[in-house]
Design a protein around this ligand. Structure first.
Ligand code: SF4
Ligand code: SF4
Length: 100
């Protein structure tokens, strides 16, 4: 789904290695996934990422809502936790009303 993938602003945070310490998920900024191009923050094996990388996780609504390691400006966080969904819904509704 293109719209879903487009929510990602390619900051690369979720392609860094994570450790769980005292129940908290901590990002290790010095350990990018081996398949991350650190210049562009793009995945080098995007289409095969779940086959090639054991640690690669699909972004879900659950992650978007609850994963503590996602930064505040992650597109999924903005969309699901900070009202981004409502803004888009309101925009569509307004357009629909204007067009009668
Ligand atoms: S943290 Fe969010 S915006 Fe950054 S790469 Fe991951 S999904 Fe994309
Ligand atoms: S394989 Fe997964 S974790 Fe690794 S760079 Fe690609 S999308 Fe990120």
């Amino acid at each position: 789904m293109k719209w879903w993938e487009n929510l990602c602003n390619k900051c690369g945070i979720c392609c860094l290695k994570k450790k769980v310490i005292d129940g908290n998920c901590i990002i290790d900024k010095n350990s990018p996934c081996q398949y991350l191009d650190i210049e562009s923050n793009r995945c080098l094996v995007y289409e095969k990422r779940f086959i090639l990388c054991r640690e690669c996780r699909k972004m879900t609504i659950f992650h978007a809502l609850f994963s503590s390691y996602l930064p505040d400006d992650c597109g999924y966080v903005v969309f699901f936790r900070k009202g981004g969904f409502l803004k888009i819904f309101t925009k569509i509704l307004t357009k629909y009303r204007e067009e009668g």
